[in-house]
Every structure is written in C-alpha cells, then in structure tokens.
Design a protein around this ligand. Structure first.
Ligand code: G3P
Length: 214
C-alpha cells in the first residue's frame, strides 16, 4: 500500500513529520511519502523521505508570477505531485496541462477527484494514479472506507474501465491501520491522508499505527 501524507498548511513541523515518515517507511513494506507546502519541499526532501508537492500549475518557464513550475518543484526535491486536490481545484483543461507539466519534469502524478464519475475523467488524462476523496468527509476522522465504501469500489472500477494501469488511492478521514486495510480490501492501492498524522499529538505513533497491520 502507498500511504501519502499531505501536510496541507497545518502548523506541524514539516521536517519532524518527514523524518518520522522516512523512518516508518524504512521499517515497513508499505511505501510512505509526504507532501509538504511548496515552501518546505527542499528541507523535507533533504531528510531523504519520498517528497511530493501539493500542487503544480499547467505552465512552462516564463511569465507566470505566483505559479508552481514543475521543473522548480523537481529541483526542490519533489518526486511527485498532487493535482486537483479538493482544496486546490483546477479546470479540466488545467488538470490535463498540469499532468503534462509534471511528466515533462519527471514528477509522478496523483490526480484527485470527488467521486467515481470524476475519477473516470481524471484517469483518462493519463496520470500515474487517481485519488477519490469525498470532500464532505475530509478532516472529519470518519474514514471514506467505512462511511462510503461504494465510492471507493466504484472509483476503482471507473479507473480500471478507462486505464487498467492507473492506480487508485482513496482519502478522507483515514487515520488508523484498520482504515488503510479497509481501503485495500475495497481495491485501493493506497491512501491519501492528512489530519490523522499532521494534527496528531505524536505523528510518529500515528504513522506506526497506520502501517502496523500491513
Ligand atoms: O489530502 C488528504 C485529505 O484531503 C484528507 O484529509 O484530514 O481527512 O485525512 P484528512
């Protein structure tokens, strides 16, 4: 299972969490990665953890003030990038352009979407993976795998119908090892989560619990 920890703009110490993610990754068969804010990418990548950007813009070098250029994210140490997160939505044409920009810079891609219908459209753009996250469950601590298992199953099927090679992650409310196992049982190859680790009193213990049953 792939466990991708999004730090959003939570006030956690990104290097501390990244170090915990790196250590837990080394101690388990699961694949763990962390997505800090763009401003923290370099410091996080220096820990040696697999590092992801939270967003990339569909642009090339040039006059694009305030944008995130894929090549600069890669230079800062990003291995991959989220695209179209629920809190950073893009238009369809821009998702397409962002996937292209990420691929140009050698970044792995996860395109997020709200529901199985959008997952099908996202998979058609050729990312490495898609992630289904019902927005109403984000940050609630109620796992999508429990509250809405059909969303995960239908997303897996929707992605497979379009491209059997695209991996499917699920996210929203995931905070325990049981949630991760349940996601896997529904066909997801990974989970995208945030508050369960970034807002935990002890992020390392939260990570250990997440991978314990894997
Ligand atoms: O990107 C992960 C996310 O949106 C889910 O957040 O806090 O419900 O794990 P959370």
């Amino acid at each position: 299972m792939f466990v991708l920890v999004n730090l959003k703009t939570y006030p956690c110490d990104p290097v501390d969490v990244a170090t915990a993610v790196r250590d837990v990754d080394e101690a388990t068969d699961a694949r763990l990665a962390v997505a800090p804010q763009a401003a923290h990418l370099e410091r996080v990548a220096e820990t040696g953890v697999e590092t992801w950007a939270q967003h990339v813009d569909p642009i090339d070098y040039g006059s694009n003030t305030g944008h995130a250029l894929a090549e600069s994210l890669a230079d800062a140490g990003a291995d991959g990038t989220l695209i179209n997160h629920s809190e950073r939505r893009l238009k369809l044409a821009d998702i397409d352009g962002a996937v292209e920009a990420a691929e140009r810079a050698g970044l792995e891609t996860v395109v997020c979407a709200n529901n199985p219908e959008q997952i099908g459209a996202a998979a058609a753009l050729g990312p490495d993976a898609v992630a289904v996250e019902p927005p109403e469950l984000i940050g609630t601590g109620t796992p999508v795998s429990q509250a809405d298992p059909e969303v995960v199953e239908d997303a897996v099927e929707a992605a497979r119908n379009v491209d059997p090679d695209v991996s499917v992650l699920c996210g929203a409310g995931i905070s325990t090892g049981d949630d991760v196992v349940a996601a896997g049982d529904l066909g997801a190859e990974g989970v995208l989560l945030a508050s369960g680790v970034a807002k935990a009193d002890d992020p390392r213990a939260a990570l250990e619990d997440l991978v314990d049953p894997l």
